[in-house]
Design a protein around this ligand. Structure first.
Ligand code: NAP
Length: 310
C-alpha cells in the first residue's frame, strides 16, 4: 500500500480528488490518498503546491518524491528540508491554456484592437495593421510553454524569435541563446513575451538597460513571473512611451496590491494570474504516471534541476 498526501490548497481538494482517484485507479496500484495525515512518516508521495499546508518536508522520512502541481517551482527549490526528487507540472491542459492566452493577447496588440474596442467615438479612423509576417514577436524562454507559444505564433505567420539558456532549434523560430543572444532577441522584439522561470539568473532580467534595447513602441506580455521585470524601470518606459503597453499576468506581490501603479496606468493591462491554470483531469494523469514510474523503479518525468532552479 502506498500512501499519498494531497498537500495543495485545501479548497482545491474538491476539484482534484475524483480525477486523482480515477488516474491512480488506472495504474492498478494499491494506495491511500488524503488531504491530511497525522503521520508524515507514513507518506510515500507528496502532491504539492506552494500555497498548500506543507512547508517543512523533514518529517516525511519515507517519501520518495514531491510531485508539484505548478509549472513554476521558485517557491520550493530553495527549501532546505527538500532532500528528495521534485517534479513540476508539465501538462497539455496547462500548455494549451497558455498558448491561447498568449496568442490572444499578442493578436490584440498586433491588430491594435484597443483602438476600436475602447475608441468608438463616431470618428471613422482607418488603421490597417501590418500582416503578422511583418511583425517580429520574441519569446524569452523556449521550454514547455514558451516553445509551444512560439510555434503557435509562427503558425500564424509572425516572424518569431526565441531565447533560451541552451542552444535550441524549433521549426519556424529564429532561436538565440545565452547572454550574447539576449540583446539580439530583444532588440528586434516588437512584441515581447516572457515565459522564463524565476531564478537568480532571470530576476530583474528586463531592467532599464534591456528595456532601452527594445524597439520604440514595443509591447510586453508577461505570463512568466513578476520579478522577471524591474517594475520601476517598466513604469518609466511606459511613461515615456518607449514601451506602448504591458499586459501583465504575474506580479512580485499577488494579489497585486490595490494601490499599485499598474492598476491605474493607462498603458497596463492587469490579469490576475490566470494565463494558464493546472487542469485537474489532465494533471492528475501526470501525477499518477509519475507515481507509477516511481513504484516501477523507472525515472520520474519533469524532474526539477535544483541547481539551475527550474
Ligand atoms: P520550462 O519548460 O522549464 O522552460 C523554461 C525555459 O526558460 C527554457 O527554455 C529555459 O532554457 C529558459 N531559461 C531558464 N533560465 C534561463 C536563463 N537564465 N537564460 C535563458 N533562458 C533560460 O518552463 P515552462 O513550463 O515553459 O514554464 C515557464 C514559466 O511559466 C514557469 O516557470 C512559470 O513561472 C510560468 N507559468 C505561468 C503561468 C501563469 O498562469 N501565469 C502558468 C504556468 C507557468 P533551456 O531550454 O535552455 O533550459
Amino acid at each position: 500500500m502506498i500512501n499519498i498526501l494531497f498537500a495543495a490548497k485545501p479548497a482545491s481538494w474538491a476539484d482534484y480528488k475524483t480525477p486523482l482517484r480515477r488516474a491512480l485507479d488506472d495504474t492498478g496500484l494499491a494506495y491511500t490518498l488524503s488531504p491530511e495525515t497525522s503521520d508524515p512518516a507514513s507518506i510515500d508521495y507528496i502532491i504539492y503546491a506552494p500555497n498548500g499546508p506543507v512547508t517543512d518536508l523533514a518529517p516525511f522520512i519515507r517519501a520518495k518524491a514531491v510531485l508539484g502541481l505548478w509549472a513554476g517551482v521558485e517557491r520550493i527549490t530553495d527549501n532546505k528540508t527538500l532532500k528528495i526528487p521534485l517534479t513540476r507540472m508539465v501538462d497539455h491542459g496547462l500548455t494549451e491554456g497558455m498558448v491561447e492566452w498568449v496568442t490572444g493577447h499578442t493578436l490584440r496588440h498586433h491588430l491594435g484592437m484597443d483602438r476600436h474596442i475602447l475608441g468608438q467615438d463616431g470618428e471613422w479612423r482607418k488603421y490597417v495593421p501590418p500582416l503578422a509576417r511583418d511583425r517580429s514577436v520574441a519569446v524569452l524562454g523556449l521550454g514547455e510553454l514558451g516553445g509551444a507559444c512560439a510555434q503557435a505564433l509562427a503558425a500564424l505567420n509572425f516572424n518569431v524569435l526565441g531565447w533560451s539558456r541552451r542552444k535550441k532549434s524549433i521549426k519556424g523560430v529564429t532561436c538565440y541563446h545565452g547572454n550574447e543572444g539576449l540583446a539580439q532577441t530583444i532588440s528586434q522584439a516588437e512584441i515581447l513575451i516572457l515565459l522564463l522561470p524565476l531564478t537568480s539568473e532571470t530576476e530583474n532580467l528586463l531592467n532599464e538597460h534591456r528595456l532601452a534595447q527594445m524597439p520604440k513602441g514595443a509591447f510586453i506580455i508577461n505570463p512568466g513571473r513578476g520579478p522577471l521585470i524591474d517594475d520601476d524601470a517598466l513604469l518609466k518606459a511606459l511613461d515615456t512611451g518607449h514601451i506602448s503597453h504591458a499586459t501583465l499576468d504575474v506580479f512580485r506581490i499577488e494579489p497585486l496590491p490595490k494601490t499599485h501603479a499598474y492598476w491605474t496606468h493607462p498603458s497596463v493591462t492587469v490579469t490576475p494570474h490566470i494565463a494558464s491554470e493546472t487542469r485537474p483531469d489532465s494533471s492528475a494523469r501526470v501525477i499518477a504516471e509519475n507515481i507509477r514510474r516511481g513504484e516501477a523503479g523507472e525515472p520520474l518525468q519533469h524532474v526539477v534541476d535544483r541547481n539551475a532552479g527550474y
